[in-house]
Design a protein around this ligand. Structure first.
Ligand SMILES: [Fe+2]
Ligand SMILES: [Fe+2]
Length: 164
């Protein structure tokens, strides 16, 4: 059995987020289709495109690490996406739908921020500067997306939900 060290933690976590991103890239179009606010729809569509690039970056990370790109089932992201689907379903047609979708999308972003923040530090510690850089690029995209979602919630989605 391989040693349970920082390398194996890094490898497992890389597989976790690789699995998660490939789930997210499929979930985002459904969320975008459900969104009523044009800005929210656009933000989710744009982030889907970004996510495709993030998946490619992860493939480069695997390459730098010297392992083949491989996912490992991530029950956390499955649960987060499932909750988003529940909101889509239960709030269909309701003025609160967009606020619910923002909250679901932010749960995804926060999961990703946790994972990429850790992976970036571990890559640095393992001497993989290029991998750390790639992970940091994605981390910035996740932060920006989260900030944009907060803005959309504050500017429109939450009031719309409350006014109903
Ligand atoms: Fe992502
Ligand atoms: Fe994301």
């Amino acid at each position: 059995m391989a040693e349970k060290n920082l390398e194996s933690l890094f490898h497992d976590t890389l597989k976790d987020i690789y699995y998660a991103e490939r789930k997210i890239v499929k979930a985002l179009p459904k969320m975008a289709r459900g969104a009523k606010l044009p800005e929210l729809k656009a933000a989710l569509e744009k982030h889907r495109e970004e996510t495709e690039g993030q998946i490619e970056r992860l493939q480069q990370d695997f390459e730098i690490f010297g392992k083949r790109a491989q996912g490992k089932t991530c029950p956390a992201i499955e649960g987060i996406i499932e909750e988003g689907e529940e909101i889509l379903d239960e709030f269909k047609g309701a003025p609160a739908l967009d606020a619910g979708l923002v909250s679901a999308a932010q749960a995804v972003e926060h999961y990703e921020i946790a994972r990429y923040g850790t992976l970036k530090r571990w890559a640095e510690m393992l001497g993989m500067k290029d991998a750390a850089k790639l992970l940091d690029q994605t981390l910035s995209e996740e932060y920006k997306t989260d900030e944009l979602l907060t803005k959309l919630a504050d500017q429109a989605a939450n009031q719309k939900a409350q006014a109903a």
